[in-house]
Design a protein around this ligand. Structure first.
Ligand code: NAP
Ligand code: GLV
Length: 308
């Protein structure tokens, strides 16, 4: 039984060592030492180009090494091959950390204080309680739900918006396009944790921004293509939006001349909000392999028709 890892090279050794210890019957290979590709039955990859998939005639499952799946061209993967995304505690914890940090930085005006440092300005701003701010999350999946549950511990007022109705304790929930407007009007901080699909591309646009209360901020930790860049600049420059924290951008990497770098009210990180951690992901993947051998449902199985 052969499995090939063709993803993030620095973390390959941790994956290989987990499988060497816990699945001795499995032939774990790390790209480019792939051996005979005809023997490969399972692939762990971020990118899965059509020509590479075509070179794996006995592939049984494609495991994406990340949570998002929008970068995979489903049409290049034969229909009989299940596509599985990464659902593992390391990604969830990383996202909880990043979003909590971003929300608290906005809530406690950290970016205002950063801008006061060069001039040595001592200007204490009002400190409103967390209970006076409403934080809204778009996308109540694995990550959106986990983020909301942690944000609840700070005392923020919480709301969430999702395609299908979801109940999360302590969260006011909205569903579908009919309730989007109702969801937005109350959000002081809006977080995007949607998958990138035809329905969600460009969703963070001027219409959404104008529905948010004046002075609201946004945090995009989903995909750069969710955001209409020009509309964000317009909403910030007109003073309607206060700040934007962007972990994902279009394009990535963002070139040095991109206007977001120098905008005083945009803070960018280079797509690092959360990452698959081999220590927690490898056991999940092994469990998924065993599920496949037993013919059981796979955790993180993609619905090709939905696109996520
Ligand atoms: P998930 O579990 O698949 O959740 C996605 C949620 O979005 C689901 O609840 C789904 O609702 C909802 N949704 C889908 N289409 C929608 C639409 N048109 N309108 C409203 N809601 C919609 O995904 P996840 O694990 O939480 O991950 C979310 C995204 O985070 C990933 O796709 C990836 O792009 C991003 N991500 C970013 C980083 C980073 O480092 N920045 C790291 C990991 C993941 P239904 O269930 O009702 O369909
Ligand atoms: C990262 O963006 C991921 O989708 O895992």
């Amino acid at each position: 039984m052969s499995i090939l890892y063709r993803s993030d090279a620095p973390r390959a050794a941790a994956w290989a060592s987990y499988f060497a210890e816990h699945a001795t019957d499995l032939d774990f290979r790390v790209w480019p030492d792939a051996g005979n590709l005809e023997e490969v039955e399972y692939l762990i990859a971020w990118q899965a180009p059509a020509e590479f998939i075509a070179a794996l005639p006995n592939l049984k499952v494609l495991f994406s090494s990340g949570a998002g799946i929008d970068h995979v061209d489903f049409s290049a993967i034969p229909e009989h091959i299940p596509i599985v995304r990464m659902v593992e505690p390391g990604i969830i914890d990383g996202m909880i950390e990043y979003v909590s940090l971003a929300v608290l930085a906005l809530h406690r005006d950290f970016f205002d204080y950063v801008s006061m440092q060069p001039t040595g300005t001592w200007d204490p701003l009002e400190v409103p309680p967390a209970s006076s701010r409403t934080v809204g999350v778009m996308g109540l999946g694995v990550l959106g739900k986990a983020v909301l549950e942690r944000l609840a511990t700070f005392g923020f007022r919480l709301r969430g918006w999702n395609r299908s109705p979801r109940q999360i304790v302590g969260v006011e929930s909205f569903a579908g396009t009919d309730q989007l407007q109702q969801f937005l009007v109350g959000c002081d901080i809006l977080i995007c944790l949607l998958p990138l699909t035809e329905a969600t591309a460009g969703i963070l646009d001027r219409k959404i921004f104008s529905s948010l209360p004046k002075g609201a901020s946004i945090i995009n930790v989903a995909r750069g293509l969710h955001l209409v860049n020009e509309d964000l600049l317009e909403a910030l420059n007109s003073g309607h939006l206060s700040r934007a924290i962007l972990d994902v951008t279009d394009p990535e990497p963002m070139p040095p001349e991109h206007p977001f770098w120098r905008h005083p009210r945009i803070f960018v990180t280079p797509h690092v909000a959360s990452m698959t951690q081999p220590e927690t992901a490898a056991p999940i993947l092994l469990d998924n392999l065993r599920r496949h051998w037993r013919g059981e449902p796979l955790i993180g199985l993609i619905d090709r028709s939905r696109g996520y």
